[in-house]
Design a protein around this ligand. Sequence first.
Ligand code: CA
Length: 239
Amino acid sequence: MRLLVVEDENGIATRVEATCASDGMSCHVAENGTEALEMMKFYDYDAIILDLMLPDIDGFEILSRMRAIKNSTPVVILSGLSTTEDKVKCLTIGADDYVTKPFSKTELLARIHAIIRRTSGHFSSIIDVGPIKIDIRQRSVRIYGMEMSLTSKEYAILELLAIKKGSVLPKEAFLNHIYGGMDEPEIKIVDVFVCKLRKKIADMTGGLNLIETVWGRGYTLRDLAEETVNSSTNSLKVG
Ligand code: CA
């Protein structure tokens, strides 16, 4: 997962970055509002941690502009301002949560995870797709209850497929999810990771191919549970 941290105080930015890194998330830091709005144009963030008092465009304005252009990335305000008035104002203009400085690392992480879960429509940190159970909090995967051994990049691909299950994801989306626009290798690398991932899944499921290629569009994860439900509904209609 990748976050944008909008923070002009170097010490705090570093602390937030280290907190997120300790939990396997990567961060981009923007030191002012202009930079933050620019970065949002180029990257698709899982969440944004937004300071309010910034040297140029303040956090209230950034948030208003984001929501005005229908950017729905979840936002956690991290601010020294602690009045009820400030909190209510932020929540009213579209913030998802509010944490006051000085912050507790565990509380900040818990709140980030909670809003990412809420906004992706997953209320538990475990996503079930057929025989696969992906725990996005623990970054672990089980198939039929057996632990799956994955590299961090294979995991990232499977995580994205699971979070967006039902959608066809272009290869660029995987590249962006894994590398975040930094030192991206050639797009063909996605096929290599998917190939390895398919083999591991097939080995553990007796040959099932759960990652489907949609020619010219990308990849999608098949949900066998839903397919079974749909086919039994169909057969009921036929019968
Ligand atoms: Ca500040």
